[in-house]
Design a binder for this molecule. Structure first.
Ligand SMILES: Cc1ncc(COP(=O)(O)O)c(C=O)c1O
Length: 291
C-alpha cells in the first residue's frame, strides 16, 4: 500500500486481509494467552530450544493434526517452524537445484513465486478453474509436468479464492501426483476456516496414495500471526520419504540442499506401484547435490 501513487485520489480497497488480529472482533482464546503467559513466567523456556521444536509442542501438534487423519502421526513426523513461512522456505530450499521446477496454482499466494526464484526453482503455473469452484485444472498439471518436476502445491482452503477443495478432487490430485512421481505440498494454513458448506479435508488423508508434506501454523485459526508458530509435517504412512530420501526431510528444515528429486520420485513411484525395483540410493549420479 505504501507504494501507491499519492497523487491518485481514487479510493483503494485493500485485499490483503490475511491478518485476523487487525480486526478487534477476532481475538484468540484466553486459554492460549494464559498458556503463553505461564510459559514465560515459568522461566523454563528462556534457553535455546531444539531447532525442530520442543518435544511437548511437537507431540501436542501431531495429536491435534492426527484427529482428522486415517493414520497416526508421530512427533518424528513434525518440525516446528517460524510461522508457516519458514516451513515453506525450508521445503523450497530443499527442493531447489539446477533445472528443477515446481507447479504452483494460479491465482495463488505470491510468496511461493518469490522464494522459488531465490532457490533456483523454475515456476510453472497451473490454473484454478473459476467455473468449477476453483478446482485444479488436472489436465494442465499433467501437461506441465516433466522429469524435472519436483512438487505440486495445493493451498486448501485457498488463498486467494477462498475455495475449499472437495474430498474427491483432492483424491484425484493425489492420484495424479503418484502418476507423475512428484510430491504434494499441502498448504493448510487456513485449515478449518471454511466458507460455504464443503467440509475441510486435510490432504494427508490421501498420503497412502502419494507422500504429502503438510505445512500450517497457528497464525490464522488462532488469530495470532505475530506469535510465529508453524509446522512442516511428513504425511508418509508408507515411509517413502524416510526410506528413500536419505534423511533429506530432516535436513530440509536445517536448510541443506540434499534432496535429489529424481531419486525420491523414482523410488516413490516404484514403491507405490508395489515394485521393489526402485533405484538404490547411491545409484543416482545425475545430480551433483543429491548425495
Ligand atoms: C497460503 C498461505 N500460506 C502461508 C502463509 C504464511 O503463514 P504464516 O503467517 O504462518 O507464516 C500465508 C499467510 O498469509 C498464506 O496465505
Amino acid at each position: 500500500m505504501q507504494n501507491l501513487d499519492g497523487d491518485d485520489t481514487r479510493p483503494v480497497i485493500h485485499l490483503g486481509q490475511a491478518d485476523p488480529s487487525a480486526f478487534p472482533s477476532f481475538r484468540t482464546t484466553p486459554f492460549a494467552e494464559d498458556a503463553v503467559y505461564a510459559a514465560l513466567r515459568s522461566a523454563h523456556f528462556n534457553g535455546y530450544a531444539s531447532t525442530v521444536g520442543i518435544p511437548a509442542a511437537r507431540s501436542a501438534i501431531v495429536k491435534y493434526l492426527s484427529k482428522d487423519l486415517p493414520h497416526k502421526l508421530s512427533p518424528d513426523n513434525i518440525f516446528l517452524t517460524i510461522g508457516c513461512t519458514q516451513a515453506l522456505e525450508a521445503i523450497r530450499t530443499a527442493l531447489g537445484r539446477h533445472g528443477a521446477n515446481i507447479l504452483l496454482p494460479r491465482p495463488g499466494y505470491p510468496d511461493y513465486e518469490a522464494r522459488a526464484g531465490f532457490c533456483g526453482l523454475e515456476v510453472r503455473h497451473f490454473d484454478l478453474l473459476p467455473d468449477k469452484d476453483w478446482e485444479v485444472d488436472l489436465v494442465s498439471v499433467e501437461a506441465l509436468a516433466d522429469e524435472n518436476t519436483t512438487t505440486i502445491v495445493i493451498i486448501n482452503p485457498g488463498n486467494s479464492c477462498g475455495n475449499v477443495f472437495k474430498y474427491e478432487h483432492l483424491k484425484k490430485v493425489a492420484e495424479l501426483a503418484k502418476k507423475l512421481g512428484i510430491l504434494v505440498i499441502a498448504d493448510e494454513v487456513y485449515e478449518h476456516l471454511n466458507f460455504g458448506s464443503t467440509p475441510f479435508v486435510p490432504m494427508g488423508v490421501f498420503a497412502s496414495i502419494a507422500p504429502i508434506i503438510t505445512v500450517g501454523s497457528i497464525s490464522k485459526r488462532w488469530m495470532v500471526p505475530g506469535w510465529r508458530l508453524g509446522w512442516l509435517v511428513a504425511n508418509d504412512p508408507l515411509g517413502i520419504l524416510i526410506k528413500h530420501g536419505s534423511g533429506w526431510f530432516d535436513k530440509a528444515v536445517r536448510f541443506e540442499r540434499v534432496l535429489c528429486k529424481k531419486r525420491v520420485a523414482m523410488a516413490s513411484k516404484a514403491e507405490m506401484e508395489g515394485s521393489r525395483a526402485f533405484p538404490d540410493l547411491c545409484d543416482c549420479k545425475a545430480d551433483p547435490c543429491c548425495c
